[in-house]
Write a protein that binds this ligand. Structure first.
Ligand code: DC
Length: 223
C-alpha cells in the first residue's frame, strides 16, 4: 500500500523531529530530503565544484549515491557509502546549501530519487517542496511554521546536542538567510501547498504538536 505524508516548512521548525515520531508511531519510512540536498552540497564542496559549473555538477549527480538509513533509532546518511550524518551539518554546508538547492539539475535529480524511494511505500517525507512539487497528491500535507527567533533557538539546541559550536546570533542570521533564499528561488521555492494544513507550532509543545499531527494522519487513514 502506498501512503504519503508530506511535511514541509522553513529551517529549524522541527520537521525532522515530527517526521521521526510519525515514522515510529505508524511504522512509515522516514525520508529527510534536506539530508539529500546537504549530501550533494558536501560532495560539491569536497570536489571544489562551484554552483555555475553545470557539467561538473551533472557528472557528480550521475556518480554519487545517497542513502538514508536508520540505525538504533538514529538517522544515518551515507554518501557513496560513507557515513556523513555529521559532516552534512557544518557551517560550510549551511552557507553553500541554498545556492545548491536552487539549481534545477540538482532539484530534478532529487525529485527523481524521492519519487523512486516512495514507490509503493508508506512514507513520511520532510522538506520544502514535498506537498507542492514532489507529491502534489500526497495523502496528508502538513506545513509547519514558527517565528524565526523560535526556530533559531530550536536549531541552537539541536546544534549543542550535536556538538556544533555556533552562537545564537550566528544561527539566527543563517536561518534568516536560508529562509530568504529558499522562499525566493525560482525553482520549487519553499511554499505552503494550497491544500496543506498549516500548523503554527511557535507556542506548541512537542506533545501537543505530535498529537495534532497523529490525529490528522489517523483521520485520513480511516477514509
Ligand atoms: O531541512 P534542512 O535544514 O536540512 O534543509 C537544508 C536545505 O536544503 C534548506 O536550506 C533548503 C534545502 N531543501 C530544499 O531546497 N528542498 C527540500 N525538499 C529540502 C531541503
Amino acid at each position: 500500500m502506498s501512503f504519503i505524508v508530506a511535511i514541509d516548512g522553513p529551517a529549524g521548525v522541527g520537521k525532522g523531529t515530527i517526521a521521526n515520531l510519525v515514522a515510529e508511531k505508524f511504522g512509515f519510512l522516514n525520508v529527510d530530503t534536506g539530508a539529500m540536498y546537504r549530501s550533494v552540497t558536501l560532495a560539491m564542496l569536497r570536489q571544489n565544484i562551484g554552483i555555475e559549473e553545470e557539467e561538473k555538477i551533472e557528472k557528480l549527480l550521475s556518480e554519487i549515491t545517497i542513502e538514508l538509513k536508520e540505525e538504533n533509532g538514529e538517522e544515518v546518511v551515507l554518501l557513496n557509502g560513507e557515513d556523513v550524518s555529521e559532516a552534512i551539518r557544518t557551517k560550510e554546508v549551511n552557507a553553500f546549501i541554498s545556492g545548491v538547492s536552487a539549481l534545477r539539475i540538482v532539484r530534478n535529480k532529487m525529485l527523481e530519487i524521492q519519487r523512486k524511494i516512495a514507490q509503493g511505500q508508506e512514507v513520511v517525507m520532510e522538506g520544502r517542496d514535498i506537498g507542492s512539487t514532489v507529491f502534489p497528491n500526497a495523502d496528508v500535507k502538513i506545513y509547519l511554521d514558527a517565528t524565526v527567533e523560535e526556530r533559531a533557538n530550536r536549531r541552537l539546541r539541536q546544534n549543542k546536542e550535536k556538538g556544533i559550536e555556533m552562537s545564537y546570533e550566528e544561527v539566527l542570521e543563517s536561518v534568516k538567510k536560508r529562509d530568504l533564499i529558499d522562499s525566493t528561488r525560482e525553482v520549487s521555492p519553499l511554499r505552503k501547498a494550497d491544500d496543506a494544513i498549516l500548523i503554527d507550532c511557535t507556542e506548541l509543545s512537542l506533545e501537543q504538536l505530535s498529537n495534532k499531527v497523529y490525529e490528522i494522519i489517523e483521520e485520513k487513514m480511516k477514509k
